[in-house]
Design a protein around this ligand. Structure first.
Ligand code: HEM
Length: 401
């Protein structure tokens, strides 16, 4: 009998959330978890998982009971050393979290994002012009991946050399949130050089003088944070902001490919690009799992959660909870997706969300202005990750305006 069973009426599952069969049917898994109960014990790895909107929201809000400083993945980083030093913002709690949060909020504020928009739009227009001219292409790589990878590192002030390490590093970061399975092992193997590159690129001397990275180091000069802290905040751009944005754009593109009416709406009014992305994130959260650790014994509904246990929120499931959303499986450009949890919520709610929205809006509006019709030209191929959802291939065919 497991510890969880000994406690009585616990809903359990023996399904492994990280097995290839599950990764091939994420929507089926999400529905199973959400409908099984308010919170489900995942036998295989020993953690709690919820797919209910109201439960996830309550866990996010109660940051004193459900802490981040023991890691937001499966590993309790207070008990087991992780593969890298914990993030000073993501894996931190108040009062420590508050200062870093304030600094990052100013680094990617609305004013900063607005200032970058013109330059980001010009890059999106140029990329889309180049890519759609071919008529057929892999939208997962050629648009969704190529675009954030071209604009974000420039904005932060990374050197042109070494950028091939960004994706392997980011991939390891997210694979490591899950169990130490084959996905983790191969990501770890592939990212050996990447870790050394990132440790170097985080440093003041390696960053361009006019980028967001140097602005972070300005807080060192003002005596607010240490040189090491600044490097850790620079690191969050590439650990939190690259793959998430890429996969978010991919899901929006997939939705538009599967819903010609939605594509027609966007094509006729490219001003809908931001809404198209927002509903895309609700429809399929690219970073579906976010974890917390119980700082003390507590309950969720009738279920007792012991101190030190992991509570993981399945945001993709919550974003399709029929208790919160009408016709949740439908990508609907006329719905108001406000309140979706793809960016989390509460004190750790995504600090880069305005940047992500701006990037996606530039790219999708550029596409809508140039392309008349868009269709799938082959089967999408999934990208397998313990912690994120996205695609290797989204083959598309376009007719230009
Ligand atoms: C579509 C794209 C994105 C998605 C889906 C996403 C998702 C998330 C989620 C779910 C959280 C909450 C984590 C938690 O509660 O533990 C988060 C936090 C965070 N995100 Fe994003 N993110 C995206 C883009 C970005 C970008 C572009 C940046 C950087 C510019 C960024 C930087 C961060 C940081 C630093 C945090 C930690 C905030 C804190 O702990 O206070 N993210 N993100």
């Amino acid at each position: 009998m497991t510890e969880a069973e000994a406690r009585g009426a616990v809903v359990r599952t023996e399904v492994d959330p990280f097995a290839v069969e599950t990764l091939n049917d994420p929507e089926g898994f999400d529905e199973m978890i959400r409908e099984a109960g308010e919170i489900v014990w995942v036998e295989r790895h020993g953690f709690w998982l919820t797919g209910r909107y109201d439960v996830a929201e309550a866990v996010f809000r109660d940051y004193e009971t459900f802490e981040s400083s023991a890691g937001t993945g499966l590993t309790n980083t207070k008990r087991t050393e992780n593969w890298r030093k914990p993030s000073v913002i993501l894996e931190n709690d108040p009062p420590g979290h508050t200062k870093y949060r304030r600094i990052m909020t100013s680094i990617v504020s609305q004013r900063v994002v607005r200032r970058l928009t013109e330059q980001f739009q010009a890059s999106a227009d140029a990329l889309v012009d180049r890519v759609v001219a071919a008529g057929e292409f892999n939208a997962a790589k050629d648009l969704a991946e190529a675009y954030p990878l071209s604009v974000l590192p420039d904005a932060v002030g990374f050197t042109p050399e070494g950028r091939q390490h960004l994706l392997p590093y980011s991939n390891l970061n997210f694979q490591a949130m899950g169990p130490r399975n084959e996905l983790y092992e191969s990501a770890f193997e592939a990212a050996q050089e990447a870790s050394a590159y990132v440790n170097w690129q985080m440093r003041r001397e390696a960053l361009a003088p006019d980028g967001l990275g140097q602005t972070i180091y300005g807080y060192v000069d003002e005596g607010e944070i240490s040189e090491e802290d600044a490097g850790m905040l620079v690191r969050t751009f590439l650990s939190a902001g690259v793959d998430t944005t890429i996969f978010g754009i991919q899901f929006t593109l997939l939705a538009l490919l599967q819903s010609p009416e939605s594509w027609a709406m966007l094509r006729d009014d490219p001003g809908l690009a931001r809404k198209a992305f927002e509903e895309g994130l609700r429809w399929n959260a690219p970073s579906p799992f976010i974890g917390r650790t119980a700082a003390r014994e507590t309950t969720i509904g009738a279920t007792r959660i012991a101190e030190g246990e992991k509570v993981i929120m399945d945001l993709a499931a919550a974003n399709r909870d029929p208790r919160r959303w009408d016709a949740p499986d439908v990508y609907d450009l006329t719905r108001d997706p406000t309140g979706h949890l793809a960016f989390g919520t509460g004190i750790h709610g995504c600090v880069g969300q305005m940047m992500a929205r701006m990037e996606a809006t530039c790219l999708l509006s550029a596409l809508a202005r140039r392309v008349d019709a868009i269709e799938l030209a082959g089967e999408p191929v999934r990208f397998y990750s313990n912690w994120l959802r996205g695609f290797e291939e989204l083959p598309v065919r376009v007719t230009l305006r």
